[in-house]
Design a protein around this ligand. Sequence first.
Ligand code: COA
Length: 370
Amino acid sequence: PKAGLEDVVAGTSEICFIDGHEGRLLYHGYDIHDLVAHSTFEETVFLLFHNRLPSRQELADFDAALRAERALPPQGLSLLATLPASAHPMALLRTMVSALGLYDPDGEDNSPEASRRKALRLTAQMATLVAAIGRHRDGKAPIAPDRGLAHAADFLYMLQGRAPDPADARVFDAALIMHADHELNASTFAARVTAGTLSDLYSAVTSAVGALKGPLHGGANEAVMRMLREIDDPERAEAYVKQALAQKRKIMGFGHRVYRTEDPRATHLRRYSLEVGERHGDTRWYRMSRRIEEVVLAEKGLFPNVDFFSASTYYMLGIPLDLFTPVFAVSRISGWCAHILEQYGNNRLIRPRAQYVGPTRETYIPLDER
Ligand code: COA
């Protein structure tokens, strides 16, 4: 087998389709470009959970249910207050997701109805949790959700303490739509492997958060912003990239296991990076990103992935750098839950084989004779 299970089809799913050659991304048949143009995060979550678009009434009910579930249990908030503020936010998130399972009234109930309730609850609470983690790190008290705000706007409010500019909230809503699912990416696969043992939803999501934490997956958006800050000046971008490539270093935010052309999400995030930069009077990060993009394409033939322009977009939205990966989870929780529910719905234990390449006829030598 190819290393890293490249191109291995590991199961069937009707949630998400990626055509890596044509650069197409569909959620149950709906093109990501149409969803970005017309949908909301709430409607996209409904689509992922139910494999169809909601009616107006269904969407209103689903949205109301998400708003009603957004508050964190008080025990969860008390626990967070005791955790080290200096820890990486993804480590805090991993611990807190696991802990929320302890306080969920449906905790160990793995019936289909209870799992659906947990999926909705955790999707709603992820935004509140990440905002609370962001504030905890600055020594600030958490802000309770505002039921009057849509999911994306409420996250920015709970993080920053003021209702966001509606145009910023719309950009963040689109970013949530674009990050919601992506087939069998590493964290979703991890979630399905855990769900496949018939473990509970919180255990499966905790596995996913651990996988998302790594720099080759969700950690890349944070690494992109660190690189942009290190370069600091668009004029220096070309020399920086050329030197990094000469040293065989990877440029974060480029390349993809599946896409061989532009990631369709990058097309929108490039536009948003400019739009938000202009609105906030600072297009430096956008200009620097564009220069890096040109050089990496010319030198390596690599296209930006979802993480590249989301970095400068989030930065201009005022999201702190080390919250970028948890923000990925604010959206991807919906895809994880959709895949976990799908796994439960037609489960068989996921247990592949390894091609054994070690010796087979070793002679055991007792310890004191070695
Ligand atoms: N910068 C420079 N070179 C890169 C690169 C990058 N970001 N991504 C891939 N390459 C090169 C590799 O060095 C390799 O070149 P070689 O054949 O000369 O050795 C070739 O492209 C294939 O890369 P490989 O690492 O085998 O691809 P993969 O499918 O295993 O990895 C990623 C996919 C996404 C992990 C990889 O592209 C990467 O590390 N990107 C940066 C991290 C990132 O942005 N992750 C977020 C993904 S959404």
